[in-house]
Design a protein around this ligand. Structure first.
Ligand code: HEC
Length: 501
């Protein structure tokens, strides 16, 4: 009874396999119970344990790639079986699935070992463990159901096996994502996500990057573009030395390993209270006593000392930061002692830079823009995805269509146009007043047009103008003289009377 399509039961059917089946079920139940027990009985509680357990646990990041690849390939192998030539591929799917399930169990056990022994803690770690164990169970179930399918025939496949396999894939994706969040930070995927995808997923806009306070203090010059506005800020008297000078340094250098999700050495440094609680070896900070303060000892050891902090070759605290910590501990390690108690002034609050929109939002003028484009066969193109960045008047595809009348037709859209590409068009001096009405204009290109000094003078009032290209026009010195005082304006006047020697 050769069945070339799907290899099924063991070759000899004679001894009723009751006993071995029972054994399999018992083994399976033990495995299921054991896996579920791991995160339940021994959750990741932030306490570091046996180094040997940690050693093995650290193979988790290596092993976890096997189930990802193996499970992902199973549905492809099953699909291949739909085609004549893919039959043999599908007959191996059961083997790959079994390997995948076994490696899932291995990755789960190692992952649990890493979390339990490695001082991890927190909701994300524990959830990740639960998902990992559930994934193992679901993949084992898929192995079982596939056997049922191959033994009992097609009717069971759609009902049991396929949904289970898909569930395993879904669980795997989510578990892997959580693992990624644990190693790279929770916002890793989100950080550079394009805005449309972010909107579609309903994620909030990214928070603006915070400057480390210590760094901001040394070069607090606001960016030049736009208007700088003083923000309200906290009353300087209330700023504490700890929060203004110590915490930002710890945040940058230490908190990545000493936080609620990863409590290395049993020490959390994400809040003042946790820091003062200390770690496994007792107090990290003893107010007023540098010698007794483990934290100070750790940061002042030689950098190659095993106990030096931050460990793992991370960028150490600067000398200045170390000195501040010394000062702070000596003075009693208070959370609230103000900066003035240390003879320091508050870091001025970072100025809020209000960038003025370049032009009004063009979206509400869509109908007018479209009508103008149609009437003249020219284009008004947004500068960027920011709707207040203005429009570019684009004529390159048909410069001859752009006339003084087309410019006059822009009246209703005048303040939206920031860039007028008028090179080789038919505009003349008579069209310049219409152009001058577009007072958001930053750039105008009049290369090889009939424009002369007379027309150019009309553009004098364009205060935002940054670039004016008059190459090959009839402009002379007199025309340029009106812009003499504008140091921010770049004028190109090659091949004109003004450029003649
Ligand atoms: C790369 C991870 C990592 C970083 C970053 C790190 N630590 Fe640690 N820290 C550890 C580990 C692991 C231990 C436990 C092993 C040990 O005691 O050396 C520890 C232990 C400690 C302890 C001893 C806790 C106790 O009670 O035993 C102190 C104090 C400490 N760190 C301070 C710091 C300070 C201060 C920084 C920042 C300057 C820092 N750590 C940055 C990994 C890190």
């Amino acid at each position: 009874m050769p069945s070339p399509e799907l290899p099924s039961r063991p070759l000899s059917d004679d001894p009723p396999p009751q006993n071995s089946r029972l054994l399999a079920v018992v083994l399976w139940l033990i495995l299921v119970g054991g896996l579920a027990a791991l995160p339940m009985v021994w959750p990741a509680d932030g306490v570091e344990r046996s180094t040997l357990a940690q050693f093995f646990g650290r193979f988790h990041p290596l092993v976890l790639h096997f189930p990802i690849a193996l499970l992902a390939i199973v549905p492809l192998m099953e699909l291949a079986g739909l085609f004549e030539r893919g039959r043999s591929i599908r007959s191996a799917a059961g083997f790959v699935l079994t390997l995948g399930a076994i490696s899932t169990v291995a990755a789960s056990v190692l992952g649990w070992l890493l979390a339990w022994a490695g001082g991890y803690a927190g909701d994300l770690v524990n959830q990740h463990m639960w998902f990992g164990c559930t994934l193992s169970l679901v993949s084992l179930l898929a192995v079982l159901l596939r056997r049922v399918w191959t033994n009992r025939g097609w009717w069971s496949v759609g009902v049991f096996y396929l949904p289970t396999l898909l569930a395993a894939l879904g669980l795997m994706t989510w578990t892997a994502h959580q693992g990624g969040q644990l190693t790279h930070g929770e916002k890793f995927l989100e950080e550079h996500m394009p805005a449309p995808v972010r909107d579609w997923l309903g994620l909030p806009a990214p928070a603006p990057k915070k400057k480390p306070v210590a760094a901001a203090a040394s070069h607090a010059t606001p960016s030049v573009s736009g208007t700088a506005v003083e923000s309200g800020g906290t009353a300087p008297a209330e700023l504490s030395f700890f929060h203004d000078r110590i915490m930002p340094a710890l945040d940058r250098t230490c908190v990545s390993c000493h936080n609620p999700n990863k409590i290395k050495g049993g020490l959390r440094m994400d809040t003042y209270a946790e820091l003062m609680k200390g770690g496994e070896s007792g107090a990290a900070v003893v107010p007023g006593n540098l010698e007794e303060s483990e934290l100070y000892r750790r940061i002042t050891l030689p950098h190659d000392d095993e106990e030096f902090m931050p460990s793992g070759g991370k960028k150490p605290l600067s000398e200045e930061e170390t000195r501040l910590i010394e000062q702070w501990i000596k003075a009693g390690a208070s959370e609230t002692a103000p900066l003035s108690a240390f003879g320091l002034k508050a870091t001025p609050p970072a100025p809020v830079v209000v960038v003025k929109p370049t032009a009004p939002d063009h979206r509400s003028h869509a109908a007018v823009i479209h009508a103008w484009e149609k009437a003249w066969g020219l284009r008004l193109v947004p500068v960027s995805q920011v709707p207040t960045d203005g429009l570019i008047l684009r004529t390159a595809s048909a410069p001859s269509r752009c006339t003084n009348e087309a410019l006059a037709g822009l009246a209703a859209l005048a303040d939206l146009v920031v860039d007028a590409e008028l090179a080789r068009t038919r505009v003349t001096d008579a069209g310049m007043p219409a152009l001058a009405a577009c007072h958001s204009l930053r750039r105008i290109d009049l290369t090889q047009t009939a424009v002369t000094s007379k027309g150019v003078k009309a553009l004098e009032g364009l205060k935002s103008l940054e670039q004016l290209n008059l190459t090959g026009t009839g402009v002379d010195e007199a025309g340029l003289s009106v812009f003499r005082s504008r140091s921010d304006l770049r004028i190109y006047a090659a091949h004109t009377a003004a450029s003649a020697p």
